[in-house]
Design a protein around this ligand. Structure first.
Ligand SMILES: Cc1ncc(COP(=O)(O)O)c(C=O)c1O
Length: 401
């Protein structure tokens, strides 16, 4: 029956992370693999109240079909949340999505024709790669460093493509606490990336699920906020974010802030996809945002994640000899991007790690095109500091075996 499958599906691989997560379901395995928020930190009481409040009074709007761009009061609350980060979003620029993952897909479907070029930082978010591959885009990587994408490299890649008569359409970037690298683009680089985008007519898709999870250092204004200072940049910047990492991924509520020309097209695409995000989830999210519990809840998450990041770094130092593994000290987010000596194959090592009772994600799947083999992503948030230490001990025994 393979001939019945669409051609565009044939080369798309299942997500390595999803496959790893299936394995991580094994109860004896300690997982540093998934990007899952710490389950014991969910504000269950607050969400219970927010859910029950949906049924106080008139529950019909939460049970009925709703507008494709989302509930107007929720859009206003999400605009306010975005603006606290330094943007200037208006509620009617917002589209509520079924998780920010859907936002990536909707923009891809509204913008990309098969063969169009999408620029991606190297390494990048795996499920975004999956979206762009399904859209039959050509993926072109742009190298970065511990501060994220390198604007000089971006310019070089764009000009090299231009010399071959090719013009990329879009740059996808996680500017703050990137998945998987954890890196954050400094403000000066953000401005330069926006200037390059304007010069070359490139849409910048800024994916920002993690910026609220900063536990040290100073916040950096999102690119959509900086775009206001650069002539022509606001028209070319689309922003997306999510309640997944700050409230709960199970709500499946994300949002986008879109320039007008793209907004109407994305709304039509979303209509065709799922009519609208769950009205029940939207009302629950709105009640939660109105309850005033979010700031305190985010403070608790930040504190716990800071403690867990420090626990992981301390355990790595305790259990591994110096120089075996180097990593970037995270300032927030969920991930520690670690590197072994060049040439070490972290994909082969993961099998030994699983045999020792711990799992992580090797770096290779996060790259399109040729990939270095010696990196890995360790999530420090899903398990408690005690379990982190035991996981690192098992990891070290696999590495040193
Ligand atoms: C960079 C990035 N974007 C988007 C998502 C999707 O999040 P959600 O669809 O739950 O909002 C994730 C999830 O891990 C992510 O890491």
């Amino acid at each position: 029956m393979q001939e019945l499958i669409a051609a565009r599906m044939r080369n798309v691989k299942p997500s390595f992370v999803r496959e790893v997560l299936k394995a991580a379901g094994r109860s004896d395995l300690i997982s540093f693999a998934g990007g899952l928020p710490a389950p014991e930190l969910f504000d269950v009481e607050g969400l219970r109240e927010a859910t029950l409040a949906v049924f106080d009074g008139n529950a019909a709007p939460a049970l009925q079909y709703g507008p494709t761009d989302g509930n107007a009061e929720l859009r206003a609350a999400l605009a306010a949340l975005t603006n606290e980060r330094g943007a200037n979003a208006q509620p009617d620029e917002i589209v509520v999505t079924t998780g920010s993952q859907q936002g990536i897909d909707l923009v891809a479907r509204a913008v990309l024709d098969p063969g169009d070029i999408v620029l991606l930082e190297r390494p990048t978010y795996l499920a975004a790669v999956q979206v762009f591959e399904l859209a039959q885009a050509e993926l072109v990587g742009v190298e970065g460093d511990e501060q994220g994408i390198d604007p000089d490299e971006l310019e070089r890649v764009v000009e090299e493509l231009a010399a071959r008569g090719r013009k990329p359409k879009m740059l996808y970037v996680v500017a703050t606490f990137a998945n998987p690298s954890g890196s954050t683009l400094p403000e000066a680089r953000r401005r330069r990336v926006l200037e390059i985008a304007v010069k070359h007519g490139l849409l910048v898709l800024e994916d920002d699920p993690y910026s609220e999870l900063r536990f040290t250092g100073e916040p950096v204004t999102p690119m959509i906020g900086l775009a206001r200072d650069i002539d022509g940049a606001s028209e070319l910047t689309a922003y997306m974010s999510s309640l997944s990492k700050v409230i709960a991924p199970g709500l499946r509520i994300g949002w986008m802030v879109l320039p007008e020309w793209l907004h109407s097209r994305v709304v039509i695409t979303k209509q065709a996809s799922d009519l609208h995000a769950s009205t029940l989830a939207q009302h629950t999210a709105l009640n939660y945002l109105r309850s005033g519990r979010l700031p305190g809840h985010i403070d608790r998450i930040r504190e716990a994640y800071r403690e867990r990041a420090e626990a992981m770094m301390a355990s790595l130092e305790r259990h591994l000899p110096e120089g075996v593994l180097t990593y970037r000290r995270p300032e927030g987010g969920m991930f520690l991007w670690a590197s072994m000596a060049e040439g070490v194959d972290t994909m082969a090592l993961v099998e030994k790690a699983v045999a020792s009772g711990v799992i992580y994600v090797p770096g290779i799947p996060f790259y399109s095109g040729n990939a270095p083999t010696h990196h890995m992503r360790l999530s420090f948030v899903t398990v408690t500091p005690e379990v982190i230490d035991e996981g690192v001990r098992r990891f070290a025994s696999a590495v040193l075996d």
